[in-house]
Write a new protein. Structure first.
Lengths: 187, 235
C-alpha cells in the first residue's frame, strides 16, 4: 500500500511514527544516493559512509519535515552538502583525497567468452562512460548524476546544488558534450 | 556572402525530455548497490529516532488514567468536609436539638430519666428556652396551687397534672384545667379544687363551667338559710 504513495507522503508518515514508510522510502533512493557519491570518484567504503550520513541527517530532520519541495530535491541537497564537506575535509588531508576511478568490479564481472560481441562492446562503452564521468569537473559530473540517479529536473538540480537554473543547464550541457565526444573517440 | 546561421538543437533540453542514448548507455552498466550493512544501520537509526521522539512526547492519558492519576488532595478535602458536617449534625441531634427532626413527637424526653427529672424544674434552661409553654395565659397566670405547692410538697398527682407540666408538650387547654380541677374534687381535695377553680374563672371568666364545679363557687352557708340563694359566683 505504501508503495503507491509519493515520497512526500512516505516522509510525512515516517514523521508521524510509521517506520515502515521510512523503509519504503529508503528502498527507493538508497542505491541512487550511494551511486551519486560512488560515481563522483568516491571509493565504495567512502560512498557508503557518505550515503549513511545523508540518511542519518534526514532522520534527524524528519521531526520538522514539511512538504515545501520535492522530496528528492531535499534528499540530494543533503547529499550535495555532505559531498562538499567531504571534499573540503579531504583537501585538508591529502592522503584522504579523491580516490581513483570507481572500480566497476563492484558488479560481478562476466567472463569475456560468455558475452556476445555486441553486448561486450556496449558493456565496455558503459565502463568507459563511467570513467569519463569520474573525470568530468565535479560540478558537471554532479548535475549529470543528479538527473540520472536522482531523476531531478533542471529546476530541481538548480535547487539542490544552490545555483541558478541557467548555471545548472550550462553545466549539464558541458557534461553531455564531453561525454559524447569521449564516447565517439573511444568508438 | 554569409552562410546562414546553423540552428544547433539544444542538447540539454532533448536529453532531459527524452530517453537519450547517453541515459540508456548509463543504465546498461550494472548498478552497484551499497552493502546490506548500510541498510540495516540506517533502518535501525530510523526506528531509534522514532522511539526517542515517542519517549519525549507527552503521553496521552485515557479518561480513566486522568481520573486515577488526578491529584488526591481535592477528593480528600471533600471527604473530610462531608465527615465533619455529618459528625456535627449527629452531635447537634444528640444534644437535644430534636426540633431539627420534623417527625419528632417529644417522647424522647419522657424516656430519658435524667431529662425528665430536670424537666420538672421550671427554670430548666434547655426546656424553657426551647420548649416554652404553648398556652400563654397558663404561663403568665400566677397559679395559686403552684404557689401553695412551693410551701409544701406537692402530691404525686399534682406532679402529673400541673398546667406547667413540662413533661407534656401538648398545649394546656381550659378543658384540661377543668379536668384537673374535677380530679381534685374526686380526690376530696375541695379546698385546692376551689382555689384552682377561682383561678380558672379569673383567667377564663366567660368559659362555661360544668355543673359539678359550679357548686364549688357557691358561698358556704354560715347560718341558717333564710331563703336567700347565691346567684352570682365569686369574682
Amino acid at each position: 500500500m505504501s508503495g503507491e504513495l509519493t515520497d512526500e507522503m512516505l516522509m510525512l508518515r515516517y514523521k508521524d511514527g510509521d517506520a515502515d514508510a521510512f523503509d519504503n522510502l529508503f528502498a527507493r533512493h538508497n542505491g541512487g544516493v550511494y551511486r551519486y557519491f560512488l560515481r563522483q570518484g568516491q571509493a565504495a567504503p567512502y560512498a557508503e559512509e557518505l550515503a549513511q550520513d545523508v540518511w542519518i541527517n534526514l532522520i534527524r530532520a524528519a521531526a520538522n519535515y514539511e512538504v515545501t519541495a520535492k522530496f528528492n530535491t531535499w534528499l540530494y541537497r543533503i547529499a550535495h552538502n555532505r559531498l562538499i564537506d567531504h571534499v573540503r575535509s579531504a583537501s585538508a588531508r591529502p592522503e584522504d583525497g579523491f580516490d581513483e576511478l570507481p572500480e566497476t568490479a563492484n558488479a560481478a564481472p562476466i567472463p569475456e567468452f560468455q558475452i556476445p560481441e555486441r553486448i561486450n562492446e556496449r558493456r565496455q562503452m558503459a565502463e568507459h562512460m563511467l570513467r569519463v564521468i569520474a573525470e568530468l569537473p565535479p560540478d558537471q559530473a554532479e548535475v549529470f548524476l543528479l538527473h540520472e540517479e536522482g531523476e531531478l529536473t533542471l529546476e530541481q538540480i538548480a535547487a539542490a546544488t544552490g545555483v541558478g537554473r541557467e548555471t545548472a543547464k550550462s553545466r549539464l550541457r558541458y557534461a553531455l558534450n564531453k561525454l559524447r565526444t569521449a564516447l565517439n573517440e573511444w568508438h | 556572402m554569409t552562410r546562414p546561421t546553423q540552428h544547433i538543437p539544444d542538447t540539454v533540453d532533448r536529453y532531459l525530455a527524452e530517453d537519450s542514448d547517453l541515459s540508456r548507455l548509463y543504465r546498461e552498466h550494472p548498478r552497484e548497490d551499497p552493502s546490506p550493512h548500510l541498510a540495516e544501520h540506517v533502518r535501525a537509526a530510523a526506528r531509534k529516532a522514532l522511539a526517542a521522539r515517542a519517549a519525549t512526547r507527552q503521553p496521552t492519558r485515557s479518561w480513566f488514567n486522568r481520573i486515577y492519576h488526578a491529584p488526591r488532595i481535592p477528593l480528600a478535602t471533600v471527604a473530610s468536609g462531608v465527615l465533619v458536617v455529618t459528625i456535627s449534625l449527629n452531635v447537634l441531634y444528640e444534644k437535644g436539638d430534636k426540633t431539627l427532626d420534623p417527625g419528632y413527637d417529644g417522647s424522647w424526653q419522657s424516656s430519658n430519666p435524667a431529662l425528665s427529672k430536670d424537666a420538672g424544674k421550671p427554670e430548666a434552661p434547655i426546656v424553657q428556652s426551647q420548649n416554652p409553654p404553648p398556652v400563654k395565659p397558663s404561663a403568665e397566670r400566677p397559679a395559686p396551687a403552684q404557689t401553695k405547692a412551693q410551701a409544701k410538697p406537692a402530691p404525686d398527682f399534682q406532679q402529673k397534672t400541673l398546667p406547667f407540666d413540662l413533661n407534656s408538650q401538648a398545649p394546656f387547654t381550659p378543658e384540661q384545667w377543668l379536668a384537673d380541677i374535677q380530679a381534685l374534687v374526686k380526690a376530696g381535695k375541695m379546698d385546692e379544687a376551689k382555689e384552682e377553680l377561682r383561678g380558672f374563672v379569673q383567667d377564663h371568666p366567660h368559659h362555661p363551667l360544668p355543673d359539678t364545679l359550679k357548686t364549688l363557687l357557691l358561698p358556704v352557708p354560715t347560718s341558717k338559710p333564710t331563703g336567700q340563694t347565691a346567684t352570682s359566683p365569686v369574682p
